[in-house]
Design a protein around this ligand. Sequence first.
Ligand code: UD1
Length: 439
Amino acid sequence: MKSDSNINLRYAIRGGKPLEGEVEIGGAKNAALAIIAAAIMTDDTVTIENMPDVRDTNVLLDAMAGIGVIIERPDRHTVKINGSMVRNVNIEYELIKKIRASYYLIGALLGKYKEAEVPLPGGCNIGSRPIDQHLKGFRAIGADVKIEHGSIIAKADKLAGAHIYMDVVSVGATINILMASCMAEGKTIIENAAKEPHVVDVANFLNSMGANIKGAGTDVIRIRGVSSLHGATYSVIPDQIEAGTFMFAAAVTGGSILVKNVIPKHLESISAKLIEVGCEIEEFDDCVRVTRRGKLKSTQIKTLPYPGFPTDMQPQAGVTLSLSEGVSTITESIFENRFRYVDEIMKMGANIKVEGNTAIITGTEGLSGANITAPDLRAGAALVLAALAADGVSAIDDIQLIERGYEDFDLKIRGLGGIIEKVSDDRSVKKFRLKYKAG
Ligand code: UD1
């Protein structure tokens, strides 16, 4: 598993080359995180395939090993999890505060042991990230929930099904309530549930373990409590956001990429915007090809819960629109702090003005390489795209944030002809610069 030893690594990128070829997409990070947590809800061994080997999933697995969960990794993309030996329901703080998805352990532990104590989650600084809807759900099914000394403490004598109306559409809260309620007595109904592909994937996984969940992927999910869950072998769905990132990479560099191992249905909102900006999309059973031939055109984007345009794709789209003809707007309606790539890409010559939750993007002819910093996971990936499209060399700091969610990002980009190297010090950046100066 990866450690924190590459904390100071950077990407050195020589831009200006269209990305061409094929790329294989891995398992969905956000589905995998919830599935890993849910796997401890049975005492049997669970085998999870198509597991992405990224920092967030590895940190969660390490944290679970810390409470006695037995984890085996027969190969890079397969994990066997056995939760029969969980020693306590109090998770080690240092590891878990790094990732937001630690809160899935509350739903999993509460559902199985009727108690959980988990530190308040960390994760990307993309805005205020309340968890009131999670807590509302736990309380509705009978748990006593309090926040003390930076931890969430949930306990119940017994969990009983309830009718829960979500005030906001929340992926995390929907999944957490699914887990907490699948062994509650009676029937739970979640209204205004999130419909994201990974919500459906977690429901399918729980059902493969013997849960009785119906309606995932719609606004109303019905869960009939079962007395226990059993072992299963399950394959995580492909990562919608990794796929979308490579789709936009074709657009922004003026290339042509066959994005393989995807579910095209999950990519429809992304494909629709790429068509609007002038790309060609070819859809096959489990891959999509994105090709850009002419100039990029402007468009309007508003982020929305699925099936709307994902907030996790907004920075990649923003970077692409900064190179389109005319004026585009992006309205971010999920997280208020998602324009942190703007200051960085302005150093490369982009013309973007942020007013409240809207970015007004006036397209420029070209970007120029610069020294920039990845502010968070998706903004960081977007800046890699900007550097690949820019003229000259860029160095991107803090790439450990990008590695939270992208497996072998540099290798995959190199496989498409992109010039990118992982470097560890200023000297290596200088060497890279000298090597690629002339193009
Ligand atoms: C998940 C994803 C994240 C993605 C987001 C939206 C993981 C680990 N992360 O985050 O990459 O950007 O979905 O698709 O899967 N909210 C509340 N109260 C709550 C919960 C959420 O008000 O209790 C609000 C949030 O502030 C936000 C909106 O609901 O405005 C959506 O958040 P949510 O879907 O919960 O995002 P996460 O599950 O945290």
